[in-house]
Write a protein that binds this ligand. Structure first.
Ligand SMILES: Cc1ncc(COP(=O)(O)O)c(C=O)c1O
Length: 442
């Protein structure tokens, strides 16, 4: 099987139409946005289920869900129907002035699926057009409700690239070009690797919180773009304990790991820890740019009432197409998550990652939770090997598999296939990966 896949590796990907589009894009898009090289990217034309077709007619299996968005696959029937139906009735409203019933229903649904379901009263929402904006809303909630400006965050975290979110994103490569324009409001602590790290971490957190200037701790319950690092059990409990003791808010950024990516509705459900604010996005609609910051009602009610001019809003806030798609997506996720057999597919994912680590030297630390998985690629000296990961991405693409590398050094291969992926597709993807991961043959 592997040899047949090897034989099917095409060297003409990207195809001629993708290459021509890359040339056109180079002339008109900011040069820092899309990475353009002779080997990247392919231009997408259509997608269905876990498969994507490019403009040259090549088909790819997508092990990324398009940055974790297409949890229920691409173009599922229910979203096409919802989109068509809503577009024919109303596709824009005045979100913070004359909104729609759909906005009411979505905020109700978000309350039901978060704080009500956790049994701690209701939740109140600020909707947004992206994940980063949901973080902005959470930060403004902290500033508005605690009167404290400082935030405690984690090294290697990723919370988005708008200026507020960048302030709390623990990645220097994103921050340093803008450092002089950013405000120095964030303390970054190391994300724990083992329970042994807890003692140092808790001591540090206590010192910072005791100083009385920190209004919130923001954390990804699993570090996503920072390399799919799953912290030891007890980490979220530790944070909750410290926040409670010092009267500080706890923000979970579940933009990447929420909505059943890890097998449970939210990654924090694995530890049974409830935040004060939760930021959501990506799979919440499955295809529409939308995010949400949902907070405990008692926290959100510390915002003053709007007197006609909202202190935080945007033109497209609560867009009816987005609300309709989010409602459809959340209903479908709730209805089908058990039948999707995420646990079973998660076992396959973990087994495949372990097999890779056993068969290929330099492949380390196979890990997963639900359908979020990763391996580290390291060189013979044990150092992160981002160049190897980049080559694997290119070779996988030529063989029909879309993969992404993550981590600060770019040496982590990450796996976030659609939750609807078939077991056979999952196995096929790993056959491809097996055939392209060897360091020789480049
Ligand atoms: C954990 C996390 N937070 C925030 C964001 C930012 O979301 P967006 O890209 O929609 O602004 C991302 C995006 O990858 C993310 O993974």
């Amino acid at each position: 099987m592997v040899s047949s896949i090897k034989a099917s590796i095409k060297t003409s990907i990207p195809g001629p139409r993708s290459l021509a589009l890359a040339e056109r894009l180079r002339r008109v898009e900011c040069r820092n946005t899309t990475f353009l090289s002779p080997e990247f990217p392919i231009f997408w034309e259509r997608a269905h289920g876990s498969n994507v077709w490019d403009v040259d007619g090549n088909c790819f299996l997508d092990f990324t869900s398009g940055f974790g968005v297409a949890a229920l696959g691409y173009t599922p029937e229910f979203t096409i129907e919802a989109l068509r139906d809503q577009a024919s009735i109303l596709s824009h409203a005045m979100g913070d002035v004359h909104p729609t019933e759909l906005k009411v229903r979505l905020c109700e649904k978000l309350s039901e699926l978060t704080f009500e379901s956790w049994g701690v009263g209701g939740g109140k929402t600020i909707l947004s057009n992206s994940g980063a904006e949901a973080i902005e809303a959470a930060l403004k909630t902290v500033w508005m409700t605690t009167g404290k400006t400082r935030i405690l965050s984690f090294k290697n975290s990723y919370h988005g690239l708008t200026c507020g979110a960048l302030n709390v994103t623990g990645r220097n490569e994103f921050r340093s070009p803008f450092q002089s324009a950013l405000t120095d409001i964030t303390v970054f602590l190391p994300f724990p690797k083992t329970t042994k790290d807890f003692i140092f971490l808790e001591r540090k957190i206590r010192i910072h919180l005791a100083a009385g200037r920190i209004g919130a701790i923001i954390v990804e319950p699993i570090l996503g773009r920072g390399g799919e690092r799953i912290p030891p059990d007890g980490f979220l409990k530790l944070l909750r304990r410290c926040c409670d003791e010092f009267g500080v808010l706890l923000i979970f950024d579940e933009i990447y790991v929420g909505w059943y990516r890890t097998g449970k509705r939210f990654a924090c459900d694995h530890e049974g820890v409830v935040p004060d604010l939760i930021c959501l996005g990506k799979a919440m609609t499955g295809l529409f740019p939308m995010g949400a910051c949902v907070g405990k009602a008692e926290v959100m009610d510390r915002w003053p009432k709007s007197k006609g001019e909202a202190l935080h809003t945007s033109t497209f806030l609560g867009n009816p197409l987005g609300c309709r798609l989010a409602l459809a997506q959340l209903e479908e996720l709730e209805r089908t998550h058990q039948s999707l057999q995420i646990d079973r597919k998660s076992e396959i994912l973990q087994q495949e990652l372990e097999k890779l680590a056993l068969s290929q030297s330099g492949v380390h630390d196979p890990r997963s939770r639900g359908l979020l998985g990763a391996i580290d690629l390291v060189d013979p000296q044990g150092q992160p090997d981002g160049a190897w990961a980049a080559r694997v991405m290119v070779k996988a693409l030529r063989a029909g598999l879309i993969l992404l590398a993550s981590g600060v050094e770019g040496n982590v291969l990450s796996f976030t296939p659609p939750l609807v992926i078939e077991e056979s597709e999952l196995k096929r993807g790993f056959e491809i990966l097996n055939s392209v991961i060897t360091k020789t043959d480049f």
